[in-house]
Design a protein around this ligand. Structure first.
Ligand code: HEM
Ligand code: HEM
Ligand SMILES: [Fe+2]
Length: 465
């Protein structure tokens, strides 16, 4: 194994651990919807939710980095340049995350001053980490980019996938700089903040996962490079074509000029197209290889990624992307339903697929089998789809009673919070959330033990009598 692949395994361990912490805070936050007053003034919803979504961004980012550190030396046939620096950065990142989490839990609030910005919380959804930690993240991403570019230069080899990946690093890095707030006008501030949120998840991250899935497909099914690269180019062209102006679907109601209604409505309605391309691509490849692979869990998670991305991001996003509908659905649990389905489908499933790819090699297993991965795959996906459905019901109840009937007043908002359908949806989400959490526990158990018996047999053979 290359040194960079050992680093990749560390990233995966950290990512899976953070995934678990994310679930704990998700469960706490959803319990707070059901029992108001639960942990009131001890760990308020604002804190549990912040921890839930910040750990999500970080575990996925760490997962992506693991995927790239895993595939990079294989793709370029040499170890990664600057690997020592990358290893140091891993520990810096882990320490920063632990420190920020401790501050969020134990300090929680600060005054509205520069000190709070630097050391407690910057207050922008998804990128709340205080400034010092945000600088740390910038450094980690810089080193990551350096690793990739320098290795490609040293290897004197730029494959199509590598080319796309390297170009993608530029906006991935540059957009994060928007996480450092300076703007005091709320509309202008949101205008730019959406660049970060939307262009990350619907632009640079989509391209990144496209590259990762292309590399995984070649490995899992032995698909020809020519085919995966052609698809990748088509997907990237479409993602950029629709995603950039699709940004407009967040500009409907924040005080931006009215032309955004038309631009956002039109271009974001086209956004499902590249995602449809990705699902067709994956299914087509799996079909031509008769789903034959020695790593079933990885292939199943990859299929979940393709369909989840299309359904969660494409279809569920499309549902409320037209301004005529968004007027009613904006900021309700309907949005939360799409947010969960999209992040889960597009990114979490993809990372889990590569984790299984890496485990197969790390443990030297000819075939990945067993029953546990099936249980975790089933429980996690069943739990997620259940949560997504429950949230959709609550969201539609809100859109109907709070907006359409209630006329979007504050009183209508409060009334809708005690609407029976809304509450039933919230209860159901908690139940499915628990199932999801059980699925996570099985996943961890499986990752720790898969191929265990086989490994000991192998070890026994190797041991001298
Ligand atoms: C046991 C599992 C989970 C539970 C119980 C849970 C619960 C929650 C809750 C209560 C919120 C706050 C929603 C609000 O502001 O009203 C939330 C937000 C969010 N969660 Fe989860 N979650 C879980 C798993 C996940 C997973 C696996 C992902 C993605 C991979 C995810 C992504 C998100 C996102 C993106 C948001 C912000 C959505 C928005 O504000 O529109 N969650 N979650
Ligand atoms: C992988 C890709 C995607 C991810 C991870 C994702 C995730 C999210 C999340 C988390 C939010 C809530 C943001 C917040 O207020 O905090 C959101 C909002 C939204 N997304 Fe997506 N999304 C994706 C793709 C799409 C696509 C392709 C479409 C349209 C076809 C779409 C349409 C929307 C719309 C209209 C909103 C605003 C909802 C509102 O007004 O409350 N999304 N998305
Ligand atoms: Fe968006």
């Amino acid at each position: 194994m290359y040194r960079s692949q050992q680093l990749a395994l560390k990233y995966f361990i950290a990512a899976i651990a953070l995934f678990g912490i994310m679930i704990v805070f998700g469960l706490l936050a959803s319990a707070q919807y059901v029992h108001m007053g639960f942990l009131f003034q001890v760990l308020d919803f604002s804190i549990t939710k912040t921890l839930h979504i910040d750990t999500m961004i970080l575990w996925l980012l760490m997962g992506f980095m693991g995927c790239i550190y895993w595939f990079l030396p294989q793709e370029l046939e040499r170890d990664v340049e600057g690997i020592k620096l990358a290893e140091i950065m891993f520990y810096i990142l882990c320490t920063a995350i632990a420190t920020v989490a401790a501050v969020f839990i134990f300090v929680q609030y600060g005054g509205s001053n520069e000190f709070s910005m630097w050391f407690i919380n910057q207050g922008r959804k998804y990128v709340e980490a205080p400034r010092w930690a945000a600088i740390g993240i910038v450094l980690v991403v810089l080193v990551f980019s350096y690793n990739i570019v320098a290795t490609a230069i040293k290897a004197k080899k730029i494959t199509g996938i590598m080319g796309v990946l390297m170009i993608d690093l530029v906006p991935l890095f540059a957009l994060y700089l928007i996480a450092f707030p300076r703007i005091t006008n709320m509309s202008v501030d949101l205008f730019w903040w959406w660049w970060l949120v939307h262009l990350w998840v619907e632009g640079t991250w989509e391209v990144l996962i496209g590259c990762i899935m292309a590399l995984a497909l070649m490995q899992l099914l032995g698909t020809a490079r020519r085919i995966v690269e052609t698809w990748l180019y088509i997907e990237v062209a479409l993602v950029l074509g629709t995603g950039i102006l699709g940004l407009g679907h967040h500009y409907f109601w924040i005080g931006t000029p009215e032309y955004w209604l038309a631009i956002g409505g039109l271009f974001s309605a086209l956004e499902p197209l590249p995602l449809l391309g990705m699902v067709v691509h994956a299914v087509y490849d799996a079909g031509t290889h008769h789903m034959k692979t020695t790593n079933k869990p990885a292939l199943y998670w990859m299929m979940a990624e393709a369909f989840g991305n299309f359904l969660g991001a494409g279809v569920f996003g499309f549902m409320m992307t037209l301004p005529q509908i968004n007027l009613f659905s904006h900021g309700t649990q309907w949005t939360v339903s799409h947010g969960h389905f999209a992040f889960w489908g597009a990114y979490a499933c993809g990372v889990l697929s590569v984790v299984y790819v890496a485990l197969q090699k790390a443990r030297g297993l000819e075939e990945m089998n067993g029953i546990r991965w099936k249980w975790s795959f089933g429980l996690l996906n069943f739990g997620m789809i259940g949560m997504v459905g429950a949230l959709l019901i609550s969201g539609i109840a809100q859109a109907f009673y709070e907006r359409a009937i209630g006329g979007s007043t504050i009183q209508a908002f409060i009334d809708a919070q005690s609407n029976l359908w809304f509450l039933q949806g919230m209860n159901a989400r908690l139940v499915f959330g628990v199932l999801f959490a059980i699925g996570y526990a099985v996943l961890v158990y499986d990752l720790l033990t898969i191929g265990g018996k086989h490994r000991t047999k192998q070890a026994a053979v190797l041991r001298p009598a």
